[in-house]
Design a protein. Structure first.
Length: 205
């Protein structure tokens, strides 16, 4: 039987392997170096960003200083919460907002002056009571508050009450020994929807 003996590699083969390893290692090193090297041309970066900026966009954002649509934004066209917005559910400043609509409705509150009554002189003791002063809310509104006007010191309003949902009534007691004219109650009225649904104010046209 013949025995095979391993022959030692030739010097040329060894050199070629070394050259191959060096070549591969150099390529890896060069690749890593290219990837890890930091780009230092700030001017070129700025130019590139400016060129690409018009085509860039953020589709969704939870928070943004400026945004077309955002959950929270300082300035936004549409936002759930915004400092300034064209449309917003809650906003400090808004063209259209739920809170702004309510504020507009509150600004439409109507004050109705009641019938003017004289409070007669008290005859020197106690007080004399005027006849009843009545104020009525306009159609489509209801009483949300009351007020009164007394002519002078010594004349006090008494028994001011909401007689009905649309009427305020009251009397005036005169503790002076002179007639006191120009006394009346005031009905404060707002749209009827405000009583049953405070968020549903209906502004008066």
């Amino acid at each position: 039987m013949f025995k095979h003996r391993l022959r030692a590699p030739s010097p040329a083969f060894v050199i070629s392997l070394i050259a191959l390893f060096l070549a591969l290692g150099g390529t890896s090193y060069a690749t890593a170096k290219v990837i890890l090297t930091k780009h230092t041309d700030a001017k070129a970066d700025t130019t590139l960003v400016k060129k690409l900026a018009p085509s860039l966009s953020v589709k969704h954002a939870k928070t943004a200083n400026n945004a077309t649509n955002a959950v929270n934004a300082t300035n936004a066209v549409n936002a759930t919460h915004a400092t300034s917005a064209d449309s917003a559910t809650n906003a400090t400043n808004a063209t259209t907002a739920q809170t702004a609509n309510v504020a507009k409705a509150i600004g439409a509150v109507t004050y109705v002056k009641g019938t003017v009554q004289d409070a007669p002189a008290n005859g020197g003791s106690g007080f004399a009571e005027s006849t009843e002063s009545d104020a009525f809310c306009p159609a489509g509104t209801v009483v949300i508050g009351t007020a009164s006007h007394a002519n002078d010191q010594g004349v006090e309003v008494s028994d001011v009450l909401v007689a009905t949902t649309t009427q305020v009534s009251g009397f005036f007691d005169n503790f002076n020994n002179i007639d006191e004219p120009n006394n009346f109650v005031i009905a404060i009225c707002a749209a009827a929807a405000s009583v049953s649904d405070p968020s549903g104010f209906i502004p008066k046209s």
